[in-house]
Write a protein that binds this ligand. Structure first.
Ligand SMILES: NC(=O)c1ccc[n+]([C@@H]2O[C@H](COP(=O)([O-])OP(=O)(O)OC[C@H]3O[C@@H](n4cnc5c(N)ncnc54)[C@H](O)[C@@H]3O)[C@@H](O)[C@H]2O)c1
Length: 318
């Protein structure tokens, strides 16, 4: 049984709390956060702390689960490891590849482990995507398109999200999900080109159109925080020699040449409300359950150090 300190009790903190509660080998034993989080944290009945070190000293904790704003990830992971714990960290691990390298170097020195919670890689949608490409049942993949478009996320507490030094903006925050899948599927691109005009109102790019060039394959991705009433949407489209496969917000269909469409839409046994701009889903449960199994040595670590660092190296260029 992992004894877990949850750090940060905002949007993702609540998501981790609700999901961890249902995972048999995981027990959240305390919550750490700012004064702003105290009331909500104490309502859970768990002890509340203002520091990771203080909590680890008072409770017997072996795992620190970090859901704080991105610019705090590095210092919180290092603090967790200094206190003798392994760390689970929300995406992205850090705001630069050099910071991520430092985190893994320190983890090795201290004999501790870091697990990156980059949710899409743990989803059934990603397994389907990956099999469609690897199996080559419909021939070679000619083109892959990914998109992730959100209404302007004005709901975050303290607007750290709109500060480049705190969130890394769209490449590190939103697009990282697709970049991580692209990197896992296709590896290091030969070249990357991005079109990202600065938005006149916010002063930073709010829409990215990115081309990842590979030998014999073109991959395109779109990401945006848009001033729109359109609901959040994400998905991908694969053009094979003998079929087209489309994922629209989790509904996955393959349209093979001269035969009827095939419904591959995944079903999750455990679906949990998120409280954030993601509808009830099984994604985070699958992710955190898998990470706990990785920690217990029952599953292979899904997101490697090289992948965690590699995606940040690319995000830096966008
Ligand atoms: N995987 C996903 O789908 C997904 C979705 C949203 C956010 N995220 C990631 O989760 C992280 C948090 O995002 P969020 O939307 O929950 O932000 P948020 O602002 O809603 O919550 C952040 C929490 O951290 C707390 N906090 C701030 N400073 C702290 C400190 N020094 N010590 C302890 N706690 C502190 C805040 O009080 C708040 O409770 C970000 O890194 C973001 O990239 C991931």
């Amino acid at each position: 049984m992992r004894r877990i300190l949850l750090v940060g009790f905002g949007g993702m903190g609540h998501v981790h709390y609700e999901n961890m509660k249902r995972i048999p080998d995981a027990q959240i034993v305390g919550i750490a956060g700012t004064e702003h989080d105290r009331k909500a944290a104490e309502e859970t009945g768990l002890p509340f702390f203002l520091s990771i070190t203080e909590c680890v000293k008072s409770l017997s904790v072996d795992t620190v689960d970090i859901t704080t704003p991105t610019f705090l990830h590095k210092s919180h992971v290092l603090e967790a490891m200094d206190a003798g714990c392994d760390a689970i960290c929300e995406k992205p691990l850090a705001l630069s590849s050099s910071d991520a390298e430092e985190i893994y170097r320190k983890a090795e020195e201290k004999g501790r482990k870091v697990y990156l919670a980059l949710v899409m890689r743990y989803t059934k949608e990603f397994s389907i995507l990956s099999s469609l490409i690897k199996d080559e049942k419909y021939g070679k993949l000619l083109k892959a398109d990914f998109h992730r478009l959100s209404p302007m996320p004005e709901w975050t507490h303290g607007s750290w999200l709109f500060d480049k030094n705190k969130s890394g903006l769209i490449p590190f925050d939103l697009h990282i999900h697709d970049l991580d899948m692209i990197y896992a599927l296709f590896g290091e691109p030969v070249d990357v080109q991005s079109y990202a005009p600065v938005d006149r109102q916010s002063g930073f790019p709010c829409y990215y159109s990115i081309d990842y060039h590979y030998r014999n394959l073109s991959v395109h991705a779109e990401a945006g925080w848009l001033r729109t009433s359109m609901p959040f949407t994400s998905g991908w489209r694969l053009i094979f020699e003998d079929a087209v496969a489309i994922n629209n917000d989790g509904a996955i269909y393959v349209y093979p040449y001269k035969s009827d469409k095939i419904d591959l839409t995944p079903v999750y046994d455990t679906v949990i409300s998120t409280g954030i701009n993601v509808p009830p889903t099984g994604w985070y449960y699958e992710e955190l359950k898998h990470i706990i199994s990785e920690m217990n040595g029952q599953e292979k670590v899904r997101i490697s150090k090289d992948e965690a660092i590699g995606v940040l190296r690319i995000a830096e260029k966008l």
